[in-house]
Design a protein around this ligand. Sequence first.
Ligand code: SF4
Ligand code: SF4
Length: 168
Amino acid sequence: MTQESPVPNNESTTLCGACGGECCRTRPGIEAPGRFLATPDPAGALCDLLASGLWVLDTHYGVPYDPGKGERGDPDRIILYPRPATRAEQGAGSICAIPGAGECVFLRDDGCALSFADRPRACQALEPTAGFECSSSWSRFDAARAWLPHQETVAAALDRLGRGRPLP
Ligand code: SF4
Ligand code: SF4
């Protein structure tokens, strides 16, 4: 399911090799809706990834908002978005995130098993920086905003997996 990368390849084997993949060892990056929306059946594509055991749905609590733009948040809203599983989540056979840090299932001794174009949006957006003060141009708040309009797609994928619908 190769997707067109929205981010120029910013891999740095020098910086990331020296770091040893700290980001990948703690929390896998969130994927954007684009790769699913680009398919004829977005819910089916998401369902297939979750069924593979290599991906899970993570939970964002509340709708991000900017008071300066007159936006209002909704602290009770739950937004679900997909990311690669941790090894613990894969071992548990879970399609939902398990709290706590964990190593991504795609991390290998020589780095990520996925091509840059196939990595989650949040992984692509992470900019390796000397001193390991890495920054990201796409945060979990950006992910929540991006996935908010597509929660019905997430719910349909869960339906196909025989799982309950997420909370409204
Ligand atoms: S992006 Fe940053 S934290 Fe992640 S492996 Fe590279 S240097 Fe380490
Ligand atoms: S998908 Fe690749 S780059 Fe992203 S967290 Fe997993 S191992 Fe790291």
